[in-house]
Design a protein around this ligand. Structure first.
Ligand code: UGA
Length: 435
């Protein structure tokens, strides 16, 4: 099967590489000359565990190709995926679909025979209809079926999510497209991953509703964490206690500094806008968004409170900057708001992140970066654990205590038992527990 992936960003690259790994012949196309040159030189532009190995292996096997040119690969393809970006439009929060429609026109112009055109990008309900309209009205001689197939992979766990998904959602009712899509995912089907076919608009909405529901779970547990702090109860035990009920489930109930990344913030906002455009209200999601924005700002205040109410002239060391571990992605990371609040309060901010410092340098001013946790903790007035990278899970507290000015740890991911940290003479603050 010949597959073209248009857009070699996060989703396109991971999906393309994994499909090649299934044995399909895949060409990933991108307009960025630098990106394609880098990929053809064996360099992977994003940090994702396991991705480089899969790319190397499949390039060597001749199944995975990277191209700046779209027309040639598209003319030969059985199925073409659109995986270009859909950033939040400046000003109104709507998903910006200009890249999707530009790609549609370029693809449709190059198609030579019956082709299935699949949107993998996260797109609002009705986008498939518009793509179909463009194809039908502007390229009436072309035989193209438009399908929705949203992606549910998580950064940092993308390969495993792609290869062992809970489900594959496919929005089409066209028999020829159903057959082709079954063929694309046949290797996963054999792994017993359920293929869920539905109408195209429903498939588009499933993607947004899934992300919004997960974001809502996080905002729920974060609010419960605040209540736990007031009541002197423990949010981790609370999450466990409710999560054991299978109707609730134990996933996405980790209280923390708020959700970030390229998906939840953008998709919740876009879903709210869609609802508003259709005179429907999504008050739960609107509130989820507001809680999360407040949450990120409140974390800066929490650190300041832990430092006796002032960080003026104090050295604060941040462990972790990315929105979650195993990624170099800084988009909407809680660390951005936290650093802003600390700097507004007069703090001297030092930071270390295993993968995110290059991206952080582009975004943050006046931060001093170090090479590891101990370097930035030297003479610090407090350390703040912002992202739960593995290498922060077994810190040498004896060493930290010796080098820090005051032994204060603010653990925004609840990765340490209070007793262990306090045993080493630290003042310990966590989330959703009595200080
Ligand atoms: C999310 C979804 O989990 C994927 O299913 C989806 O495909 C993806 O968005 C997307 O739309 O492309 P991702 O943003 O990579 O994936 O990361 P998550 O693991 O979902 O984490 C998002 C944020 O929520 C992070 O900031 C994380 O720290 C936070 N989070 C997650 C919590 O604060 N608590 C939790 O219990 C779980």
């Amino acid at each position: 099967m010949r597959i073209v992936m248009v857009g070699s960003g996060y989703v396109g690259l991971v999906s393309g590489a994994c499909m090649a790994d299934f044995g399909h012949n895949v060409t990933c196309v991108d307009k960025s000359v630098d990106k394609i040159d880098a990929l053809n030189a064996g360099k992977v532009p994003i940090y994702e565990p396991g991705l480089e190995t899969i790319i190397d292996h499949n390039r060597a096997a001749g199944r995975l190709h990277f191209s700046k040119e779209l027309a040639g690969p598209v003319a030969d393809a059985d199925v073409i995926f659109i995986a270009v970006g859909t950033p939040a439009r400046r000003g109104d929060g709507h998903a910006d679909l200009s890249y999707v429609y530009a790609a549609t026109r370029e693809i449709a112009a190059a198609v030579t025979h019956f082709t299935v055109l699949v949107t993998k990008s996260t797109v609002p309900v009705g986008t498939g209809d518009e793509i179909e309209r463009i194809c039908r009205e502007e390229f009436p001689e072309k035989d193209i079926v438009v399908v929705s197939n949203p992606e549910f992979l998580r950064e940092g766990a993308a390969i495993i999510d792609f290869k062992r998904p809970d489900r594959i959602v496919i929005g089409t009712e066209e028999p020829r497209a159903i057959e082709i899509m079954r063929e694309v995912y046949r290797p996963l089907y054999l792994n017993e991953a359920p293929l869920f076919f539905c109408e195209r608009r429903t498939s588009e909405l499933i993607k947004y509703a899934a992300n919004a529901f997960l974001a809502m779970k996080i905002s729920f547990i974060n609010e419960m964490a605040d209540l736990c702090e007031m009541l002197g109860t423990d949010v981790q035990k609370l999450a466990k206690g409710i999560g054991m009920d299978k109707r609730i489930g134990d996933k996405f109930l980790h209280a923390g500094p708020g959700y970030g990344g390229s998906c939840f913030p953008k998709d919740t906002l876009a879903l709210v806008k869609t609802a508003q455009d259709h005179n429907s209200s999504l008050r739960l999601i609107e509130t989820t968004v507001a809680i999360n924005e407040n949450r990120k700002r409140a974390m800066g205040r929490k650190v300041i409170a832990a430092c006796d109410g002032s960080v003026r002239g104090k050295k604060i060391a941040l462990l972790g900057l990315t929105f979650k571990p195993n990624t170099d992605d800084m988009r909407d990371a809680p660390s951005i708001s936290i650093i802003q609040a600390l700097q507004d309060g007069g703090a001297d901010v030092h930071a270390y992140d295993p993968e995110g410092m290059d991206a952080a340098r582009q975004l943050l001013g006046d931060v001093t970066y170090g090479n590891d946790a101990y370097e930035i903790a030297d003479a610090a007035d407090a350390i703040v654990l912002v992202t739960e990278w593995d290498e922060f899970r077994a810190l040498d507290f004896r060493r930290l205590k010796l080098c820090m000015k005051t032994p204060i740890l603010v653990d925004l991911r609840n990765i340490y038992p209070a007793s262990e940290v306090k045993r080493h003479g630290f003042v310990y603050f966590s989330i959703g527990k009595k200080a």
